[in-house]
Ligand binder design. Structure first.
Ligand code: MD3
Ligand code: FE
Length: 203
């Protein structure tokens, strides 16, 4: 089941369901080494979403700005390598979405507790806007807000559920997007949280 959201944006419902146990086992290893933390924006606000990373480049934010860093600022150690199952699923999803040859070097892992949200923004910290972004949703369902090229464009709402994958490329790569405050619930596999994996070519 593949759904077009916009030019270049494709929703693949349930794409990772067949691999969920492998995916979750790898996720556990990553968060053991590099626990979720709530980072601060350059403006001094603490994010409601807790984050960690794997891969050669991890997305971090602090008082000095947003950037990709090869080292976890909490541990001083490099991020763990991207697990083969993460890479394989991201590359397969990108191909299905029409982006052959995607090779991500960054996987940002976002954890939403009930009430956590992400306000409308663009992803512009990456070097190559020609590469797509692949996102994997796990756990509680979220309302994803998908706007347009201008901040004022009225967002469309999509419910993203456990196992869903979205590929964003082409013209939609720089569209504004966000996540509405997470509704409380108890997911059979993931409990009271939503986890989103975002694969990017950062460098
Ligand atoms: C649409 N995360 O980490 S992933 C982010 O669910 C982020 O955690 C959200 O936005 C989350 O930056 C959404 C989906 C996503 C990622 C990048 C996009 C959607 C996008 C870039 C352009 C358009
Ligand atoms: Fe984003």
């Amino acid at each position: 089941p593949r759904e077009a959201m916009a030019d270049g944006a494709v929703l693949l419902r349930g794409f990772v369901k067949p691999h969920e146990s492998e995916l979750i086992a790898s996720l556990r290893e990553i968060v053991t080494q590099a626990p979720f933390r709530r980072m601060f924006t350059p403006g001094g606000h603490q994010m409601s979403v807790a984050m960690t990373n794997c891969g050669n480049a991890g997305w971090v934010t602090d008082h000095s700005g947003y950037r990709y860093d090869g080292v976890d600022p909490v541990s001083g150690q490099p991020w763990l390598a991207m697990p083969p199952v993460f890479r394989a699923l991201a590359e397969m999803a990108a191909s299905d979405g029409g982006f052959e040859g995607f090779s991500p070097d960054a996987c940002l892992i976002n954890r939403y507790a009930p009430g956590a949200r992400m306000s409308l923004h663009q992803d512009r910290n990456e070097i190559d806007f020609g590469a797509p972004i692949v996102s994997v949703s796990l756990g509680l369902p979220a309302t994803f807000l998908f706007g347009g090229p201008k901040r004022a464009d009225k967002p469309q709402r999509y419910r993203l559920e456990h196992g869903d994958v979205v590929v964003w490329g082409g013209p939609s790569r720089l569209f504004f997007h966000g996540v509405a405050p997470l509704a409380d619930g108890d997911h059979a596999v993931m409990g009271r949280q939503r986890i989103n994996l975002t694969f990017r070519k950062a460098r």
